[in-house]
Design a binder for this molecule. Structure first.
Ligand SMILES: Cc1ncc(COP(=O)(O)O)c(C=O)c1O
Length: 393
């Protein structure tokens, strides 16, 4: 296990705040920021274009980042595509999949809007959607997904970890069901990538997406898309950098990943992401996950002991704890936490309205943990929430 206090020195902003909004975005370590500064100060140029030394150096650093991300998840570089976030990764699949009228897609009620709306919009193409309900803790029974499959089902899109409940889906089982039934499967790893070990070759989904700016600790504006069979997806963006030949009336696309990366990419962001992933790898994703889960368990347990607090989600959770102070709006609680003790948490719907509606509430307060959070921060959170509840009596 790494030393949390030493790790915190790599995240200067943590001196001023208790940052518990890691499910929205995490802080980026100085090592990754300094890799981005090196790009700007020492060799900035475009990627994959130009023979001069700066262009070559930029291309090498960008492709090194791809190798780092690919090896982190045990996937081939040819299947490792950079996007600007998880949302774009999902839209690339939903727009580029070879749909036919009458096709059927399955999602769950605990998806982030990013893994719901792109599938909902397919109605325009005559593609039907089934939304499978989880239990009250946000866990989906894989057999309910199996029961929703019919002979027109082409794809299942499911989260690995819910950003509202912190529930962990049995992704291996769900992928197994998809394989048995001959249905493609997309896993939204936005809340699991960098928070738990993921070996893509071993779990073998058709598509895997995650942002670079959450558990992977990269900068905002970075995302990852894995496509097992890249040629089955028609790119939604066409332009420079993704073609091998063009005539006035035709073009030939490069193979993946270039096929999906039209235009100048977020070069500094990807270079920062590569360095951040190396940082996560060096600390050990297993240790990071254990640490986050233990903080979340402690938080859920301690908050659950307070009379006026309702805690949501299953016992067996990832590093996310949603709760409410009964009788108080979640935004008011979040404001008080910030103003009195510099505690940053998320409040409201968390871009997951159907999931929150399933709880029968109008939003939650969400504390979400990262590798750099401490037991002392949990203490301060619980004590401050307890003080807030006493305002009510
Ligand atoms: C489960 C889940 N899916 C998708 C997303 C969207 O990620 P991004 O904002 O990087 O597109 C999020 C972001 O919170 C998320 O938690």
């Amino acid at each position: 296990m790494y030393d949390v206090l030493t790790v915190r020195e790599d995240f200067p902003v943590l001196k001023d705040v208790i940052y518990l909004d890691n499910a929205a975005t995490t802080q980026t370590p100085v090592q990754a920021v300094s890799a981005m500064l090196d790009y700007f100060y020492k060799y900035a140029a475009n990627h994959g274009r130009g023979a001069h030394r700066l262009a070559r150096e930029t291309t090498n650093h960008y492709e090194d980042a791809r190798e780092m991300v690919a090896s982190f998840f045990n996937m081939d570089v040819a299947n490792t595509i950079f996007t600007k976030n998880a949302t774009e990764s999902i839209n690339v699949v939903s727009r580029g999949f070879p749909w036919k009228k009458g096709d059927h897609v399955i999602v769950t009620l605990v998806e982030h809007h990013s893994n719901l709306l792109p599938w909902m919009r397919l109605k325009e193409l005559g593609v039907e959607l089934t939304v499978v309900k989880p239990d009250q803790g946000g866990v989906v029974d894989p057999e309910d997904i199996r029961s929703a499959i019919n002979d027109r089902t082409r794809l299942i899109a499911v989260n690995h970890v819910s950003n509202v409940f912190g529930s962990i889906q049995d992704i291996s089982k769900i992928i197994g069901i998809a394989r048995q039934e001959g249905v493609k499967i997309l896993v939204d790893g936005s809340q699991s990538a960098g928070n738990m070990p993921i070996d893509i070759r071993s779990i073998d989904p058709d598509f895997f997406v995650c942002p670079g700016h959450k558990g992977l600790l990269g900068p905002q504006g970075t995302g990852v898309l894995y496509i097992k069979e890249p040629d089955m997806i028609e790119p939604i963006f066409l332009g420079g950098g993704m073609v091998s030949s063009v005539t006035p009336d035709s073009y030939k696309m490069e193979p993946s990943p270039a096929r999906f990366e039209a235009g100048t990419p977020n070069i500094p962001g990807v270079i920062g992401l590569g360095r951040a992933v190396q940082y996560v790898k060096e600390l050990g994703v297993g240790s990071i996950g254990k640490h986050e889960i233990s903080l979340a368990k402690e938080t859920a347990l301690r908050l659950g002991e307070l009379d006026a607090v309702e805690v949501y989600g299953p016992k067996n959770r990832a590093g996310v704890v949603s709760f409410n102070v009964v009788g108080m709006n979640s935004h008011d609680v979040a404001m008080i936490l910030d103003q009195t003790h510099n505690i940053c948490v998320r409040s409201g719907y968390h871009c997951a309205m159907p999931g929150i509606d399933h709880l029968g509430v109008k939003g939650t307060v969400r504390a979400s943990f990262a590798l750099y959070n401490t037991v002392e921060e949990v203490e301060t959170l619980v004590k401050t929430v307890s003080d807030i509840t006493s305002l009510l009596s």
